[in-house]
Design a protein around this ligand. Sequence first.
Ligand code: TYD
Length: 212
Amino acid sequence: MFITFEGPEGSGKTTQIRLLAEWLGKQGWGVVTTREPGGTRIGNGIRSLLLDVDHTEMTPRTETLLFNAARAQIVHEVIRPALQAGQIVLCDRFADSTLAYQGYGYGQDRAELGRLIRYATGGLTPDLTLYLDVHPEVGLVRKQSGAGQEWNRLDARTVAFHRAVQTGYAELIAAEPERWRVVESDLPEQAVHQAIVAVVAARLPVEAKERR
Ligand code: TYD
């Protein structure tokens, strides 16, 4: 089962993925957690290129291709093998981030992005996508004040950009309501965790667990 996490910066995805992985582990599931961009040696190299504050000349198209290059690698190296081994994969951001950020944020053609994403992923799509819903300004403030968080090139995008991203996510959710679940994330960590557990527990493939 392939579960992805989406949402604005500072929505607490990283913490919630860790808590869910711990919970799934206690239930006896094999879990692999990973993140985009990154998650592989090549992906981490691409991540550095993307986040480098000196790379002010990077065009949205280059950005899109780099995100998808990292994605092709992580799908091949980490996600598909884990799914084939019957593990649950939790991924911090996936293709929806490209549609929301590069598509709605930068106004790049979404049909073209869709084709590029299919090329990068070989058509792999999440079984479930959790949207951690937090007011974008609140998220940005959280991110800026986060302990040990480095300010990076992508964080320099404007509030208007982040509003467009949020609108984009709303449209993506409306287009595929079966795949998405929205989780209110302006709440305490444990309350958000319990909401996520309730959603995931209802979707776990029971037969697959019995077969393990
Ligand atoms: P990161 O530091 O991982 O932020 P977060 O904790 O919010 O996930 O940086 C990832 C940034 O890259 C984030 O601003 C979202 C952006 N992004 C895209 O613009 N397109 C993409 O395809 C992906 C995967 C991420």
